[in-house]
Structure formats: structure tokens, C-alpha cells
Design a protein around this ligand. Structure first.
Ligand code: 26Q
Length: 840
């Protein structure tokens, strides 16, 4: 496999006759100290292969190589092993005539891949050793790999965990999405304010991806629909472009299987119009390509202000059409008969973002494969499943009907035909009144007419699932109540999960090693085996080692905070963490206001035995979300004042860590003592950060919302601190007229904190900065910060008491780890496979 070594100058050759010069010789920052020229380990075959790749694929020798060259060479070398398994997996699925799972998602929040891939191949030791023999440190290479951040938050990260679990469970599956050139923005904090910068994750190329030039599809927009005498229908789009497949291999645990993440990029049919170019119109000649590129340029933020934007609908259709065409083509190629599609393909819609796929499949089946409407509808429903991730009415996607019709005239006709059938079925059910019919309709007729994507997805799927038990119950009771009456077996629950490879083994090797020593290796293949750890909560020696692992993770995070933001924190303080998208319903504001109240208390009663705390916040706000950005500024303003105040004597330190992403989460989660999951009950569909923290031995302070409810059931009510109103209580309180002003006035601590913030104590440069935000609490307090404040504050004091009992805290943390194994995404995927996809 390896070709001869490049000629090397003497003096740079070690005892073994191999070049050991490191990237330290590169003009950019060194990754490790210069190696010894004697006594270096003998280069392993893998080391020789990496060096060979460096020379022959990257075109650099070891002296000239920069860190990114070493990274690329390492990835390309490891990739060879992956490619072989990839081809084996594909052939095996083909030979078995296996049913395939297709996960359609506008977001895949993957993070870095190198560590994950080599860990799943069980080659971490080998790669570490090989690189070391070349004078390169694996960990340093891992740190410079850019995050693939093609997602906003939980929904995108879930898609990434699911892809990994699908491969780990040896299920043939494809993920479909968009290869955004700029994914999630990079967040900088300037003077406390969020600034969004483009993140160019592809600037060094992407050694993980494979362009598939043969997999290209025609995507049309606009134009007209022509009906022919023979009854056939022809859509003549006015514009068209090409979708090109770019594949990334997804390695499952123990390298069992390698699946494909297929991301679409866009190309104009005629990238340059030579006639225009030659006529001197150099810009206009490239306009088609520029238009095509604009489709895959940006990831839309998760806020409602993006809804209704034409480019977003174009993205949704572009990606849906390419994916559905690809699925149909593969099916016909392998199985010959489109009518068996549902037996061989299960397509899961990750929220409504790909919901236009329902109409697209109908179009292909009827217009291109000549099936009748009824037969096509039967196949479509049997093929699709739809996962809902939110109940917030403003987050339910709908498109102005004129826009939808202009861009997708044929799909509009299909939507009308589906709607006619749907409403006929609904009218036949006893007790469906006009209100219920209007609620089920695919068209919202109240005001400007709009196409409702959730209704289209619901109607076009045989399964509709929520992502936590409470969320699924609320779906049945609220947004989908009428649909649920019409199709009472369609809604089902699939509580979210997280992959334990990334979120335990890779991010917390210390804890993983400790658990292995205690209970053996079984949990690596079945995370529920962590229950065997429960008795160790009573073992003093184990508790001590467990807390030593936690402490060393905290020391590592403290070092990172010091290096990255110049902040010093005490690793012996309680690390209290809230990291997630910034959104009012997630109530970062509740945490900040309570922090201000605590600060006030510490200053008034310095003699009390306060728990030293480090409060960590991180998260991005959608760029147009004014209040979310103001909350970031407030966290920074409070941090500045508190951290500079000698009178709190280091008892309270606050940090807003910039640019939250998957890689930062992998550093923070293992170091957390306390996990803040404090959304207004009924508003967080599930949450998955909550699971990551518990798996890494943090206690949760949380409301009975989303998956917190089930986490309590699994870890035990004694080992989680629950506070505040339930979802039912929130709904009742809203219905009976909530008056936050009287609540604030009735709580001295809260009033003091709100008034301090409002009057500019934390914003001396602009006293009025937070007056509006605080007025909102007095006036309406949509997210019931005030209503839950006292309960939250006393829950925090309960945390202080528990922290003071070191043994009790450690035991509780251990029981969290022991109890949370059920939240593996392997379990979630097994449930989807069995109940929805019929592949297990
Ligand atoms: C919609 C229209 C236009 C532009 C953007 C969007 C959009 C994009 C992303 C709307 C929503 C999202 C993301 C939602 C999300 O991340 N939801 C989270 O999903 C997790 C996985 O199920 C849950 O754990 C979280 O509770 C839920 O908030």
C-alpha cells in the first residue's frame, strides 16, 4: 500500500530511518514540542501510510506540512479503512434486498468527525501511536478540525446522533440534507453583544466528503402546468438548476456499518453563459451559477422571522426534490417496481422543513410513474413518517399560498387534491364541526391564505411522533387534537436520545475508564447496563474516584476558559451550567435574574456559608431575535460587574462563553456539576442537553418539561431537583389571567433584582438598556419567569445544601449516570425501527 519514502535530508531522519520532523517546523503554531531526533518510536505501518498520503495526496513533505496538512493526511488515510467498510455495507444491503431508512433533515449538527470515526473504528490507540511516531499529537490535530455546524440546535444535533445510531445498529440508512457553504454563524462577543460572523468550515477543503457527479438531479421552479388530452399532466418549470450529491461516510460503533450522509449542493445547468460573457457582460454571464449557489449558501436560523422567506421555501423544495428523486431512482433501479416503494423505503421527515416531499413524491408517482391518485396516496402515506419538534404556534411553518403556487404550481394542485380527500374523510367522522374541519385543512383560510406544512406532513404520513412523552401528550391535546380524533392511532411517542459514543466515551474518557473498571464493558454496547453502577453510589472509594474524574474535567475546562477568554475559575466551585440556544422560553433570564438576587444576598450577608459557584452560560441567538440578543448582553453585563466585585470574594463567578457549538459542549458537559433545564413547562419539546449532562454526572435543576419528566422517572425523584409549575398549571394560570406585577411585588428578592437590572445597576453606560426587557416581565411575562422565580430560588438553595454534603452529592451524581442509560439514541432508533419503519 505505501509507496517509497520521499528523499529526506540527513539530520531529519531518526534512528529508524524515518522523518520525525513535526509540524513544529511549519510557519503556523506548533502542535507539539519538537520531537527528539533520537529515541522516537519506530514508525508504525499506519504512520508510513499517513506520511505517504501527506506526500502523494497533499503534496507536502513533513518539513513543509502545516497542521491542516497533517489533519487532512490523517483523515484521508483513515478514510481508506472507512471506504472499504462503506462499500461492504452498501453491497450487503443491496444483496439482502433490505429496506432502507431515509432521514430527511434541513439540519445536521455534526461537529468534528475525526475523533468520532477513529473511536468507532476502535483505532484511537493505533492512530495516537502512529502520529506520535511522526512527532504529531492526535489531540492537537483533533482540535483544529472545523465543526460541521449545519444546524441550529437540538433538532440538528438529534439528526447527527440518529445517523450515528443507525449505523451502530447496523441499519441501512441515508441522511439527506443541504451542504451549506456557511453553516451556523460564528458568534463573537463584542463588549457583551453578540456579533455574527460567517463560519467558513470548508476553507481548508473537506477530506471527509465525496462528490458524486453521477448523482445529479433536475430541480425546477415556477412556470406552468399543462394538462394533455390523454389525461397526463406536464409541469414546465420556468427556472431550473441541478442538485449534486456530496456524500460523507457515517461510521457506526465498532465500525459495524458505514452509512451515507448525502448533502446536496447546487449548480446552474449552464454555469457560464458564453454568449453574454463574450458580449462583455461578465457578471450577468455568471448570474445563473450565483443564483444556484445562493440556494445552498446559508442555514436559516431557528426563528419565526425566517418563515415566509422565498429562499427558504426554495431550499426546502430543492433538497426535498433531490432526495425524493434519488430515493425513487434507487428503488426502481434495485427493485424494478415503484409500487413496492413503501416495502423497501421508510422516509422520516425531521419536522416540517422537508414536508413538501409529500407533494413531490405524489408528483413523481402520478406524473412520472403513471399511478392513479389513490394508489399514489396509499404508497406515500405508507412511506412517510413525520416527527414534530415544537408546539409553539409561531414555529409551525406555513407559506403564503400565492408564493407556494408561483414557485410550485404543480405541487399546489396536488395539495388541493390531497386536501379535498382529507376533508372528505374528516366530514365523514361524527362530530367534526366546521371549526375542526378548518383546523385540519391544509390551507389556513383565516386572513391571508397559507399552506400549512404540519398539516401536509400529518396527512401524508402513517406515523406522526413527538419527541418526549409530555410533548406527545400535548400534541394530542393541542395543535393536533382534531387530527388525533380523525386518525387516533397515528400519533406516537419516541423520546429523544443521545449517542453515548460522542457524549460519554469521546468527551469523557476518564469517566468511561472508571465505569469500565467498575462494571465491565457491557454498557458500551447497551447503555442501559449503566444501571449496574447504581450500587457504587454507596462505595466511598468509588465516589472519591468519580469526583476526582469530575475535578480533572473541571480543571481542563478552567484551563480552556483561561486560555480562550482570560477568565479564572476555581475548579472546586460548583459548576452551574446553562448552554443551549438563547430563547425566552428556555428562560436564561430566570437564571440571570436569580443570579443577580444571589449576588445581592451574598453582598448583604457575607457572613453566611455561601456555596462557591461558577455560572456558565453559552448559546447563540437568532440574529433577528432582539430580546435573545439583549439577554446575552445582560449575562455579559452581570458577569462583568460581579466578577470585578471583590466583596463576593470569588464566591460567585459568571461567564458567557462565546461561540457555543458541538465541540465546546464536549468540553463543558463533562465538567458540569449542575445542569439548568428550566424552560416554562410545556414549551421544551424534549431537550437533549439534559441527557448529556446527566450521563456525565451532573445533577439537574429543572421544570417538569420535555424529557426532564422521564429523566426524573429514570434517575429517581431524589436525585433531581424539580421546581415550578407543571404544564397543566402553566395553562391554567394563563387561562385564569396571570398578573406578573403582583407576583413581582410579592417577592422581595425578585423585585429587588428586577429593579436593579431595570434601573441600570448592570448597565451604567446605558441606564435604560434593560428597562424594556424588565417592563416585559411586569407587563405580560409570557414565559412566566416571575411565577416560577421563588420556586427556582429555593431549588437553588436546596442545591447548595446538597453540595455541602459531598458524599451525598457524589452518590446522587453516580445515580444520575446509572439511571440515564435509557436515553441512548440507540434505544430511540430501535423504537423508530420497530414501530415506524418496520426494519427491526
Ligand atoms: C423554521 C422555518 C424557517 C426557518 C427556520 C425554521 C426552524 C429551524 C430550526 C425552526 C425550528 C428549528 C429547530 C428546532 C429545534 O431545534 N427544536 C428542538 O428539537 C429538539 C430535538 O427534538 C428538542 O429536544 C428540543 O426541545 C426542540 O426545541
Amino acid at each position: 500500500m505505501t509507496s517509497p519514502m520521499p528523499p529526506l535530508r540527513s539530520g531529519q531522519i531518526n534512528d529508524a530511518g524515518i522523518l520525525v520532523t513535526t509540524i513544529a517546523s511549519s510557519p503556523t503554531a506548533p502542535l507539539s514540542p519538537p520531537p527528539q531526533t533520537t529515541g522516537s518510536p519506530t514508525p508504525t505501518p499506519l504512520a508510513e501510510a499517513i506520511l505517504d498520503t501527506l506526500v502523494h495526496r497533499i503534496g507536502k513533505d513533513a518539513q513543509a506540512a502545516r497542521p491542516h496538512d497533517w489533519l487532512a493526511a490523517t483523515i484521508l488515510t483513515i478514510r481508506n479503512d472507512i471506504i472499504e467498510r462503506w462499500m461492504t455495507s452498501t453491497k450487503a444491503a443491496h444483496a439482502a434486498g433490505a429496506k432502507r431508512v431515509y432521514y430527511l433533515s434541513l439540519e445536521f449538527l455534526i461537529g468534528r468527525l475525526l475523533r468520532d470515526a477513529i473511536a468507532n473504528l476502535d483505532r484511537t490507540g493505533e492512530v495516537t501511536e502512529a502520529l506520535a511516531s511522526l512527532g504529531v499529537e492526535l489531540a492537537a490535530l483533533e482540535e483544529i478540525e472545523p465543526d460541521a455546524a449545519l444546524g441550529n440546535g437540538g433538532l440538528g444535533r438529534l439528526a447527527a446522533c440518529f445517523m450515528e445510531s443507525l449505523a451502530s445498529l447496523d441499519l441501512p440508512a441515508y441522511g439527506y440534507g443541504i451542504r451549506y457553504v456557511n453553516g451556523m454563524f460564528r458568534q463573537r462577543i463584542d463588549d457583551g453583544w453578540q456579533v455574527e460572523l460567517p463560519e467558513n468550515w470548508l476553507s481548508h477543503g473537506n477530506p471527509w466528503e465525496f462528490e458524486r457527479r453521477e448523482s445529479a438531479y433536475f430541480i425546477g421552479f415556477g412556470g406552468e402546468v399543462v394538462g394533455h388530452e390523454d389525461g397526463s399532466i406536464h409541469w414546465k418549470p420556468a427556472e431550473a438548476l441541478e442538485a449534486l450529491a456530496v456524500d460523507t461516510p457515517v461510521v457506526g460503533w465498532r465500525g459495524k456499518r458505514v452509512n451515507t450522509l448525502r448533502l446536496w449542493t447546487a449548480r446552474a445547468f449552464d454555469p457560464i453563459r458564453l454568449d453574454a460573457f463574450n458580449a462583455g457582460d461578465h457578471i450577468g454571464a455568471l448570474a445563473g451559477q450565483a443564483r444556484a449557489e445562493s440556494l445552498v449558501r446559508v442555514l436559516y436560523p431557528s426563528d419565526s422571522s425566517a418563515a415566509g422567506q422565498e429562499l427558504r421555501l426554495r431550499q426546502e423544495y430543492f433538497f426535498s426534490s433531490a432526495s425524493i428523486q434519488d430515493i425513487v431512482r434507487r428503488h426502481v433501479q434495485y427493485f424494478g417496481d415503484i409500487r413496492t416503494l413503501a416495502e423497501k423505503a421508510a422516509i422520516q421527515l425531521n419536522d416540517t422543513h422537508p414536508a413538501v416531499s409529500v407533494a413531490e413524491l405524489m408528483r413523481l408517482l402520478t406524473d412520472h410513474h403513471d399511478l392513479g391518485f389513490e394508489e399514489a396516496w396509499g404508497i406515500t402515506k405508507a412511506t412517510f413518517g413525520y416527527t414534530n419538534h415544537t408546539l409553539l404556534p409561531e414555529a409551525l411553518e406555513s407559506w403564503p399560498l400565492p408564493l407556494f403556487e408561483r414557485l410550485l404550481p404543480r405541487h399546489m394542485q396536488i395539495v388541493y387534491a390531497i386536501n379535498a380527500k382529507l376533508l372528505r374523510e374528516a366530514r365523514a367522522v361524527a362530530g367534526m364541526d366546521d371549526r375542526a374541519i378548518a383546523a385540519i385543512s391544509l390551507i389556513d383560510e383565516g386572513g391571508e391564505r397559507r399552506v400549512r406544512m404540519a398539516n401536509l406532513a400529518f396527512a401524508g404520513a402513517h406515523s406522526v411522533n413527538g419527541v418526549a412523552a409530555l410533548h406527545t401528550d400535548l400534541m394530542k391535546q393541542t395543535v393536533f387534537a382534531d387530527f388525533h380524533r380523525l386518525y387516533p392511532t397515528r400519533i406516537n411517542n419516541k423520546t429523544n436520545g443521545i449517542t453515548p459514543r460522542r457524549w460519554l466515551q469521546e468527551c469523557n474518557p476518564g469517566l468511561t475508564a472508571l465505569i469500565r473498571e467498575a462494571i465491565g464493558d457491557g454498557f458500551l454496547d447497551d447503555l442501559t447496563r449503566l444501571t449496574d453502577l447504581r450500587p457504587f453510589a454507596g462505595d466511598a472509594g468509588f465516589r472519591e474516584r468519580f469526583m476526582a474524574v469530575k475535578r480533572s474535567n473541571k480543571v481542563a475546562l478552567a484551563a480552556h476558559l483561561r486560555e480562550s477568554m482570560g477568565l479564572r475559575v476555581d475548579p472546586d466551585a460548583l459548576f452551574d451550567v446553562q448552554i443551549k440556544r438563547i430563547h425566552e422560553y428556555k428562560r436564561q433570564l430566570l437564571n440571570i435574574v436569580e443570579t443577580v438576587a444571589l449576588y445581592d444576598q451574598i453582598r448583604s450577608h457575607p457572613e453566611r456559608d455561601w456555596t462557591p459557584r461558577v455560572k456558565l452560560f453559552a448559546g447563540k441567538a437568532a440574529s433577528s431575535y432582539h430580546n435573545a440578543k439583549l439577554i446575552i448582553k445582560l449575562a455579559n453585563d452581570v458577569a462583568r460587574r460581579v466578577n470585578a466585585d471583590p466583596s463576593v470574594g470569588g464566591l460567585l463567578r459568571i461567564a458567557f462563553v462565546p461561540n457555543y457549538n458541538v465541540s465546546l459542549a464536549e468540553k463543558i458537559v463533562p465538567a458540569a456539576d449542575l445542569s439548568e433545564q428550566i424552560s416554562t413547562a410545556g414549551m421544551e419539546a424534549s431537550g437533549t442537553g439534559n441527557m448529556k449532562f446527566a450521563l456525565n454526572g451532573a445533577l439537574t435543576i429543572g421544570t417538569l418539561d420535555g424529557a426532564n419528566v422521564e429523566i426524573r422517572d429514570h434517575v429517581g425523584a431524589d436525585d433531581i431537583v424539580i421546581f415550578g409549575m407543571t404544564a397543566d398549571e402553566v395553562a391554567d394560570r394563563r387561562a385564569s389571567g396571570y398578573e406578573p406585577r403582583s407576583v413581582i411585588e410579592g417577592s422581595p428578592e425578585l423585585r429587588q433584582a428586577v429593579n436593579a437590572i431595570s434601573s441600570g445597576v448592570f448597565s451604567p453606560d446605558d441606564h435604560g438598556r434593560y428597562a424594556g426587557l424588565m417592563d416585559g416581565l411586569y407587563a405580560h411575562d409570557w414565559f412566566m419567569v416571575a411565577a416560577d422565580f421563588d420556586a427556582y430560588a429555593s431549588a437553588q438553595r436546596e442545591i447548595d445544601r446538597r453540595w455541602a454534603d459531598k458524599d451525598g452529592w457524589a452518590a446522587s451524581a453516580i445515580r444520575n449516570v446509572a439511571g440515564v442509560g435509557w436515553f441512548s439514541s440507540d434505544r430511540t432508533i430501535a423504537e423508530y425501527a420497530r414501530d415506524i419503519w418496520g426494519v427491526m
